[in-house]
Design a protein around this ligand. Structure first.
Ligand code: EPS
Length: 350
């Protein structure tokens, strides 16, 4: 079973990812990981921090001569903007951020340590682990990608860019909708037998845990609610002796199990709570109303979030494929994946 843990604070020494359960013999391509980290840093609307950082992976453990050894893989990105001491007080919580809820949880009046961990800088860890998962999926010919559907009320790329730049100048922030897809998925991953073995249970819980994500939809998602049962589902047919589906409205998962179609998911990201425009708050130390103080942030992180969501989906797919197939080495996993694919491809014989 694959296990993933993240650690690190936004302005601490760095961000870490630990992956336990990676089969032996997976090629861990450092250039690929660094390229994914670069993709996460890019995108219009990003704040000044991205001009400071140049995220690069340090492979700490679990890799020998470029290949996974079967031991836990620890990956580190060191923060350039590492600050040892904070004299400032952080007492005016931002609505929509973890500031207030975190202070109530720990009964503290300064939210510095809360926001340090809640920060979207943590998504570096998702991309570190997600890059390894993507390399694993590529070995099984599964490709994970994403696309920006919309930002605020715009869906045209050029208009989106203009809108983000204008909003950034105005001191406000934006969210949007992202579509994520896994192509050439193996059928039969996940299970209908228990809630916590359903593939969509794992995918949705990972994606909703990405900073700012407020909804996760599979296939046509909430559009289902407005359709008749006779029109809503992807009819089952046969062509040249192979099972075919007319459409993929369900997004590749039925009954918690992958059905072999592409996995298609849409997520929405809320606008970032840190705005240059001051917002109403209260000073937690003195108990009086005040306005929020601006701290450096992004105006829009939808493009970056798309890369993070690809990573989150990849981690879950790797985890659930390994749960279904098992295997100590990549050779074993490849053989079992091939055998699993044959079930659908040769369902009615060759
Ligand atoms: C981020 C790093 C952070 C923020 C942003 C994402 O750096 P800093 O706080 O030093 O500017 O730019 O985090 C948030 C949007 C947030 O809400 O915390 C990153 O590396 O992606």
């Amino acid at each position: 079973m694959l296990k993933y843990m993240s650690a690190g604070e936004s302005h601490g020494k760095g961000i870490l990812a630990v992956l336990e359960g990676v089969p032996k013999g997976l090629f861990i391509c450092e250039n690929f990981i660094n390229n994914e980290l670069k993709r996460r840093q890019a995108g219009v609307g990003r704040g000044e921090r991205m001009n400071i950082e140049d995220d690069k992976v340090e492979i700490f453990s679990g890799v020998y001569e470029g290949f996974s050894t079967g031991a836990p893989i620890a990956l580190i990105v060191k923060n350039k903007d590492y600050r040892q001491k904070q004299d400032k007080e952080y007492c005016a919580p931002r609505a929509g951020h973890a500031d207030l809820a975190g202070c109530l949880k720990y009964n503290q009046k300064d939210f510095y340590t809360i926001s340090e961990r809640a920060s979207a800088r943590e998504t570096v860890s998702r991309v570190l682990a997600g890059s390894v998962a993507k390399l694993f999926l590529k070995e099984l010919d599964i490709n994970v990608m994403s696309r920006i559907v919309s930002v605020f009320d715009e869906s045209d790329d050029i208009k989106i860019e203009k809108l983000i730049k204008k909003t950034q100048q105005d001191g406000d922030t934006l969210g949007g909708i992202i579509m994520i897809k896994a192509q050439n998925m193996i059928a039969g991953v996940g299970s209908h037998v228990h809630y916590d073995r359903k593939l969509d249970y794992h995918i949705s819980s990972h994606l909703i845990s990405v900073q700012g994500i407020k909804s996760v939809e599979f296939g046509i998602g909430k559009e289902y609610a407005g359709l008749l049962g006779s029109k809503a589902h992807d009819s089952i047919g046969i062509n040249n002796g192979k099972i075919v589906r007319s459409t993929n409205q369900c997004g590749g998962i039925e009954g918690g199990i992958s059905n072999g179609e592409d996995i298609v998911i849409s997520v929405s990201q809320k606008p970032i709570p840190t705005t240059k425009i001051p917002q109403n708050s209260i000073n937690l130390k003195i108990g009086e109303v005040c306005v929020t103080e601006y701290v450096r942030s992004d105006a829009c992180a939808v493009h970056s979030c798309a890369v993070v969501c690809e990573s989150a989906l990849s981690i879950v797919l790797m985890q659930e494929i390994l749960r279904t197939l098992g295997g100590d080495t990549m050779n074993e996993v490849r053989e079992r994946a091939f055998a699993k694919r044959r079930v659908k491809d040769e369902f009615f014989g060759k």
